[in-house]
Structure formats: C-alpha cells, structure tokens
Design a protein around this ligand. Sequence first.
Ligand code: GLA
Length: 386
Amino acid sequence: MSTALSPTALAQQFTSLFGAAPDGIWAAPGRVNLIGEHTDYNEGFVLPFAIDRTANVAVRLRGDNTARLVSSYGNQGVVEVDLDTLSRDSMSGWTAYPLGVVWVLRQQGVAVGGFDLFLDSTVPTGAGLSSSAAIECAVATAFNELLDAQLSPGALVLVGQRAENEVVGAPTGILDQSASLLSTDGHAVFLDCRSQASQLVPLALAAAGLIVLVVDTKVTHAHATGGYAARRASCELGAEVLGVAALRDVDAEDLAEAAGLLDEETFRRVRHIVTEDMRVLETVSVLEASGPSAIGDLLTASHASMRDDFEISCPELDLAVDTALSNGALGARMTGGGFGGSAIALIPASAEATVRTAVLDAFAAAGFTTPDIFAVSPAAGARRIV
Ligand code: GLA
C-alpha cells in the first residue's frame, strides 16, 4: 500500500471494474500528532498535522440499495452489501470503515443509497498514522458532497468518530478525524477538544531547515482492545474521584492534592494528561514566538511522560526516540495512541542520513524488526481531487 494510484489510474480501474466512471474522487490524509496525546477524550488540547499520504476514494452513486466496495490492497475482491441489511455488527475488515461511516450518516438522516467505491491509500496501516480516520474522512467528505448533506467539517469529524466508536469498537477521541478534515498545508491544527474550536498554527519546517522524520516501528497496535481502553478508563476514574467533568479541568496546582486522593497508578495517568495539556499550550506559544526549532524539548518531555506516567510506549519506540536524540534530533516522541506504531523526530534536514542510519543500526543491534523511516510535511486536509 505504498504506491498511490494516480487519480487517472484510479478512475480507470474503477471504470473497468464497475462499468461506469466514478462521480468523483476524494482524498483525506493520515496524520502525525505533534503533541497532545490521549488528551482528546479528556476534553483537552491537541496539535496534529495532516501528512502528505492520503486515502483516496472514487465513488459513484447507483440509484439502488447495493454497495459494492473494493480496495487496491489486500486480495479480498469486491465486497457487495445490501444497505437495507446493514447493521452495526454486520461489518468487518477494512469495509467497516467506509460502511461504518455510511451507517452513521444513515442514522443521522443522510439518505445514503447504493454506491460503488474504490479505495486506494498510501497511509500505512497499523503505524499509528490514522489510516482508518483517513478512510472515514474521505468517505464522509465524498457523501457529504455527493448528497449535498451540508455537514460542517466539525460535524464530519463526529461522524468519523462515531463510526470508530460504535462500529469498529475503538473508544477513541476526535484527534485523528479533526487532523484529517481541518488541516491546511504548512500548518498544524491546534484543537480544543471540548469546544471543537480550532486554529491553524504555522509550522514552517523547511524555512527553519528542519524535517519531521517518522519511524514506523512495525509494532502493531489495536485500539479496539487492550491498553488504549484501559488508559481511557483510568482517566475517567481519575476525573470521577477528583469531581471534575473531565481531566481538562484539573490544573497543575491541583496535582499535589490529587496525589493524596488517587491511587499511585491513577495519579500518574492523571499527571500525564494535566502536564500534556500544558505542553500543548506551551508548544503553540513557542511556535508562534520562536518557530519550530524551539519546541524540541517539549516533544521530548511529552515522550518521557508517556513512557513513565502513562506507560504507553514500548522498547522499540523508546529506542527510536533515544537514538534520534543522541544523533542530532532537537526533540522526539512517540505519536498516536501508543503500544507500538510510530515515533517522530524533529531534526535538522542536514542530519537526516545520520539519524536514519543510526536508528536502523540500533534496531538491528537490538534484534528488532527493521523500521520504516520517512519524512513527512504538514499537508492539506480532506478534499475532492477529481
Ligand atoms: C489514537 C486515537 C485518538 C487519540 C490518540 C492518542 O490515535 O484515535 O483519538 O486518543 O490515539 O492521542
């Protein structure tokens, strides 16, 4: 899934498979989260940016109630579904993402009828770069436009999140879909996850001679099970004991008192969220005042908090971060939900080869799977491309 079909090739394959040209092609990007991890479902702050890798969907409305879906990856062939029988539990595999969005739209009164859909994506799956949100946002944007549903970008974010929560079964927040839908070239999205208010913050990496390098550790994670849900439960417990609606409402000055009220582990989970919210706010002010070369320490502090307090890192992510830092990175951290996936390193462009080689060598020496290493830049959000 690394080589994108050109829009022309995607349209051609669509046409030869389904017998008619698509009505259009929509693209939505994956994301990197610069900082603000697990703060979204605590109604706090995040600062992601869309990356220059997208899920592209070619769609044609059919006029009946049949959905036919195919993707350029995997060998599953065409999946055909009668939309009248579509239920939350009937979806599985990759089609749960597009069909999940269709199910939510229909629940919300948007009359999605039959369609043909061809998906192609260059967002790596299982890498913590929101390949699933990219599919959801491309599909939601396509139907919003094709059916003139007039849903705002913020409403589309919630459609994608509902598909993830209620169909896929992952209790995730609004970070990924917001990044995919609200991003603009050259900017990060500063999002208040309580109000959904967002602001674009310039992230002029190239002008500062910097790049963001992604290290995909190849350690796969699944947020529908395990650690992610457990962390969310700890945060909800913390908020309940502290008597607040969400951990967003706990300030740094409240932490000393919180330590006496919470068990040791829950306290550390809470401390990560409280300090991470502060780091996001500080990153935004530092970016605005001094540009990206000044935010490295905040990124690295965020990683330490996730490793030690929130405990969502893993040896591969820690090795990627430490190796990048000792080879010239200004800052580095794991990004996304954790328990695997990717780390990001903010490095001078001139250090790219050094960091790349050092990380590959360190992984080989540790006996870890060879990681994928590539640069990303802040890219545009979901849009129609044909
Ligand atoms: C995953 C979830 C997001 C967010 C991050 C952690 O990417 O989908 O909602 O919680 O983890 O910041």
